[in-house]
Design a protein around this ligand. Sequence first.
Ligand SMILES: Cc1ncc(COP(=O)(O)O)c(C=O)c1O
Length: 408
Amino acid sequence: MVIAQRVAASARAREALPSPIRKLTPLAEAAKARGIKVYHLNIGQPDITTPDALMAGIREFRSDLLPYAPSQGLPETVAAWQEYYAQLGVEFERDQLVVTTGGSEALLFAMMAVADPGDEIITFEPSYANYFGFARMTSVQIVPVTLDAGSGYHLPDASDIESRITGRTRALLFTTPGNPTGTVFSYAELEVLGDLARRHGLFLISDETYREIVFEGDRTMSMMKVAAARDRTIVVDSVSKRFSATGARIGCLASHHPGVMEGVLRFAQARLASPTVEQRGLVPLLRNSATYTDPLAAEYRRRRDVVYGELLTIPGVQVSKPEGAFYLFAVLPIDDGERFASWLLSDFQLDGETLMIAPGDGFYCSPGLGKQEVRFAYVLQERDLTRAMTILREALRVYPGSKREDVS
Ligand SMILES: Cc1ncc(COP(=O)(O)O)c(C=O)c1O
């Protein structure tokens, strides 16, 4: 007789992290069911129209068969990424690129290619929250270095980073332009990271998902251009934000490190391929990216100016000017960002309208940090952003957990 054994999910499955950004969604749905209009500033889903060149490429795909693409990527897409990087001033051989299923897969591949279970990767918090989730999936330890709102979330002294390096540290992982901060690291900062990596034998995983969405100066900045760190840099790239094409699920991993690229190609072979039609459709965009990203960056810059300008006039709000991406991370005069975000959806409205924001603590790995911070994603038209800021101003005036000195 066979006795049924209980089966339990793995510790990895049990400990997987839920998305901190989506957990307020049921409250937003409930608000909408009550007839309240919700301005969504909570997620990084661009509203700007996807370039017609991509949509036309998808529509015009004619074939009786939808086949797998090669694991590395369609030859024309790999060539288009090569051309894209050459235009930025960085040369890659064909075997130094793998097309991935979004930047997300590139991140997962990069972490798996540099770190074994129990190894450590240093990152900067506030950080893209899914880094913590990917670290759980790969059994890698994230070691956070906390950035300071007062310095606009720029890097601290090299010694503060160095003090977190141990015998198990394998890489420095960072995003520039930053999510959730909108901070763009300068070349001087990238050189500091490159120097640390060289001296301590570390990889650099440079998440450049928001490259080209930069408001001042060089829009094509990249860790790849720091020559001294070229041998150890792994670039995580994506078309999602740059071309307003999150649903295409196409990204890229690029590195001059042969061992990393051999491993990454084997990972790619195991998952077979990335989407065929979207890869093909993206070729003209990659070949000519500035045509699409110039107006896109200008639009986000105008929106940045609206949100930043409005926040500056709200008492008690501490805000630094975002330099890129489409996020703004602000310190609000509140007791707790999650409580405030929930209250906005459940208990507040201004003439039938409210807003949804992302609580700041989900972007920190250190417990207790980010309680007064929130992230705004300015993925709405200027008029709606202005209205959302009016709603926020009024909400902060009446919020029961307000820490504003002028509120009784
Ligand atoms: C910093 C950062 N990296 C990577 C990603 C992953 O994007 P995707 O998988 O759509 O390319 C995102 C998405 O929001 C992001 O903000």
